[in-house]
Design a protein around this ligand. Structure first.
Ligand SMILES: [Zn+2]
Length: 205
């Protein structure tokens, strides 16, 4: 059982639902997406995961708690990261946003994004199924978009790991992770969502 608190109200919950449908039976997991209408800040995402931890209170020792959130223009990220670590919540941080993870299913991404998802979105709209992503605020990942992701998880993991190896910090690697002194805000671009995908058993590490 995976409890995954997320920032967005549509993109991430849709993606987690897709994972349940596509891989849940085969790899014997069930993800409970925890989200709110109109979304949550990184701080709220971590708080929500911690509330869930208190709710299950050791009922399921194998349950994993995760918090997924983005850099965007948020200011409370260092505190959210600290709170998550102290509370036993695993973090999948994306810089500039979760949508980078979707794009990595199709192509490599390089070059600093400076907290903006503009480039990521324009490249994502060049991919099959995602032509209208973000248009009129439609950032869902259902139907043809979910279908377009199928079969591309391993490639996305490989590309995301390469971004850790290429971290501007210079002391980071996919094998060892980001160095302790590597500032998350400067891991640009980067996303940790691949670690969740490996924990779920969908891709090999
Ligand atoms: Zn790093």
């Amino acid at each position: 059982m995976f409890y995954v608190a997320v920032e967005g109200e549509s993109t991430e919950p849709d993606y987690l639902t897709y994972l349940n449908r596509e891989f849940g039976a085969e790899h014997q997991f069930l993800i409970h997406p925890l989200y709110k209408r109109n979304g949550m800040t990184p701080g709220r995402v971590v708080d929500r995961a911690l509330e869930q931890r208190d709710e299950i209170a050791g009922d399921d020792a194998r349950a994993q708690l995760w918090a997924l959130f983005d850099r965007d223009q948020h200011r409370d990220i260092p505190k959210a990261l600290r709170d998550a670590r102290a509370g036993g919540v695993r973090i999948a941080f994306s810089n500039p946003s979760f949508d980078l993870w979707l794009l990595l299913h199709f192509t490599d991404v390089s070059g600093q994004q400076n907290g903006s998802s503009r480039v990521v979105h324009s490249k994502l709209r060049q991919q099959p199924g995602f032509e209208t992503f973000g248009v009129r605020n439609d950032k869902s990942v259902a139907g043809s978009r979910a279908k377009a992701l199928a079969g591309r998880s391993a490639a996305a993991v490989r590309r995301a790991k390469r971004l850790v190896d290429d971290c501007p910090n210079g002391a980071c690697s996919a094998v060892a992770g980001h160095a302790a002194h590597c500032d998350p805000l400067r891991r640009d671009p980067s996303t940790d969502v691949w670690q969740l995908v490996i924990e779920l058993g969908i891709a090999e590490s």
